[in-house]
Write a protein that binds this ligand. Structure first.
Ligand SMILES: C[S@@+](CC[C@H](N)C(=O)[O-])C[C@H]1O[C@@H](n2cnc3c(N)ncnc32)[C@H](O)[C@@H]1O
Length: 283
């Protein structure tokens, strides 16, 4: 099984978490997704190993959807999880800033009658988020996308307007501590009682300060995508500052004995969680 997450070339550009107001047009961040959408859709389909084994089950557990609930899917990609939620009985509004992903999502949804409405929304722009309506959603979800967003404060600060009272927001990200772009997976030889064994580890070079990098989310994708590393204090802090509280957290990893395509595939690191899934809610 091929690990879908591969990190690439790291760049030394530090980021703040504010919106870059000069960048109101077709940003480089979005351009990369427009170029990658067909490739991602073909490889990801209705969910790759990371989604099926790690992200999907944890997200569904933390969401605890009830039929008839209204859910906002932020940065929905090809809409696979939005359709899954619709199958579970939710009414879903799914948005992304990538035109091509939305076209692909629409095509897939046309083939099955499910309650998903797709909209083009840039989640770093409060004015666009506010067009989604007021106090409309029981829950919001964002799978594996916050680390791809140039800024997350705008989304968190709009959530109290978008969600119903006590509404919840469930998100997954690459684990900031173990799977940021400055982490390296290593295989070491160890000698114990005259026997040589191999041990795997994660080497963490940077963590405390945010940084931007570009790399491959899927091996062979046409364009490098941008990553915006934020330590946990900044990631969760964006929610805390918006008045949300953290009330559930999962750090899923692959089971012992899982087999990956390469010696350093994440499947071979059962003790290290490559993703983090969190639930925050309005007080
Ligand atoms: C790794 S993909 C995940 C897609 C989907 N949620 C999934 O789990 O398959 C990241 C997504 O974030 C979207 N994205 C990145 N920045 C965004 C922004 N500012 N506004 C809306 N979508 C954004 C990309 O277009 C892409 O669809």
């Amino acid at each position: 099984m091929e690990s879908p997450i591969r990190r690439g070339r790291s760049e030394e550009a530090n980021v703040t978490d504010g919106r870059n107001e000069a960048d109101e047009g077709f940003s480089e961040v979005r351009r990369a997704w427009e170029e990658n959408a067909d490739f991602w859709d073909a490889r990801f389909g209705e969910g790759n190993a990371f989604q099926r084994v790690l992200i999907g089950p944890a997200t569904e557990r933390l969401l605890g959807l009830k039929p008839g609930e209204t859910v906002l899917d932020v940065a929905c990609g090809n809409g696979a999880f939005a359709r899954k939620m619709a199958e579970l009985g939710a009414t879903v509004v799914a948005c992304d800033f990538c035109e091509r992903f939305l076209e692909l999502a629409q095509e897939k949804s046309a083939a099955r009658p499910s309650a998903v409405t797709y909209l083009r929304i840039d989640a770093t722009k409060p004015a666009e988020l506010r067009t989604l309506g007021s106090r409309r959603f029981d829950a919001a979800v964002s799978t594996m996308a916050l680390m791809d967003m140039e800024a997350i404060e705008p989304l968190f600060s709009c959530l109290p307007e978008l969600l119903k009272p006590s509404g919840r927001f469930v998100f997954s990200v690459l684990h900031p501590s173990f799977a940021n772009d400055a982490c390296r997976l290593v295989l070491e030889e160890e000698k114990e009682n005259d026997r040589f064994t191999m041990a795997r580890a994660v080497k963490v070079r940077r963590y405390r300060r945010p940084f931007t990098s570009r790399g491959e989310g899927m091996i062979g994708q046409p364009a490098p995508q941008y990553y915006f590393h934020r330590p946990l204090s900044l990631l969760l802090g964006a929610g805390f500052r918006a008045g949300l509280v953290l009330d559930a957290l999962e750090e899923p990893g692959f089971d012992e004995g899982s087999v990956g395509a390469r010696p350093l595939s994440w499947e071979h690191f059962p003790e290290i969680p490559p993703v983090l899934v969190a639930r925050m809610r309005l007080r």
